[in-house]
Ligand binder design. Structure first.
Ligand code: SAM
Ligand code: 2KA
Ligand code: SF4
Ligand code: MG
Length: 212
């Protein structure tokens, strides 16, 4: 059974694929926060910008059969077929690797999708994922130490960029922490990247342009 908060079609807002039309499949639940506001102060990950509780969102639900989940993702894709593009699904959450298994990755492939994951990196990933973005969180042990994007929310005490720059990722990115200090965090991330050009800035563009 896969518990899904919501499935929606939008542009990837963050990271190397920012701007790419994508189906977002948001899995319910996370291992670093209950998702309840009253628990935020004692969560391991305290800055989460996402409601991932329940299965009540647009296109959400409980999917017993993996083929049903893949079919729901496929029917959410709205792009016309074209030889230059392949339908793209971003599995996120919550923490998708609590639920995403090899069968689900294969079912998305069978529907013609390229499969991306946004993960906190604390759980192993099933085989076959086409794009892995790991976003490490202070106070956790990183299990996924290679992948495509390493997208670090900045700043985090205990998760300084220097700790991650030897890992085997194609790209290192700093994403300013959203919240009351967003402007200052953005300025600090810009300055850090300018001084340490192995890091690139990842802006949450969807929040600026007003899409999901
Ligand atoms: C909501 S998380 C879900 C996927 C996974 N649990 C993770 O943390 O990577 C999606 C992305 O949003 C980032 N994110 C969450 N809260 C944020 C915030 N307040 N500011 C900037 N990025 C944030 C995460 O680090 C992650 O890269
Ligand atoms: N447009 C858009 N891009 C995103 N990239 C990562 C997101 C996420 O919540 O995982 C996200 C999201 O929620 N919306
Ligand atoms: S690990 Fe990801 S989903 Fe979980 S609380 Fe942190 S940002 Fe939110
Ligand atoms: Mg988001």
């Amino acid at each position: 059974m896969y518990r899904i908060k919501e499935i929606f079609y939008t542009l990837q807002g963050e990271g190397s694929h920012a701007g790419r039309p994508s189906v977002f499949c948001r899995f319910t639940s996370c291992n670093l926060w209950t998702g309840r506001e009253e628990d935020r102060h004692r969560a391991i990950c305290k800055f989460c910008d996402t409601d991932f509780l329940g299965t009540d969102g647009l296109g959400g639900g409980k999917f017993r059969a993996v083929a049903d989940l893949a079919a729901a993702v496929a029917k959410t894709w709205q792009g016309q077929a074209h030889p230059r593009s392949r339908p793209y699904v971003v599995c996120t959450g919550g923490e998708p690797l609590l639920q995403l298994d090899r069968a689900a990755v294969e079912a998305f492939h069978t529907e013609g999708f390229e499969v991306a994951v946004e993960t906190n990196g604390t759980r192993p990933a099933p085989e076959g994922i086409d794009w892995i973005c790991v976003s490490p969180k202070a106070g956790t042990e990183l299990m996924l130490t290679s992948g495509n994007d390493l997208k670090l929310v900045y700043p985090q005490v205990g998760a300084e960029p220097e700790r991650f720059e030897e890992l085997a990722f194609d790209r290192l990115m700093l994403q300013p922490m959203d919240g009351p200090e967003l402007a200052a965090n953005t300025q600090a991330a810009i300055e850090y990247c300018l001084e340490h050009p192995q890091w690139q800035l990842s802006v949450q563009t969807h929040k600026i342009i007003g899409i999901r």
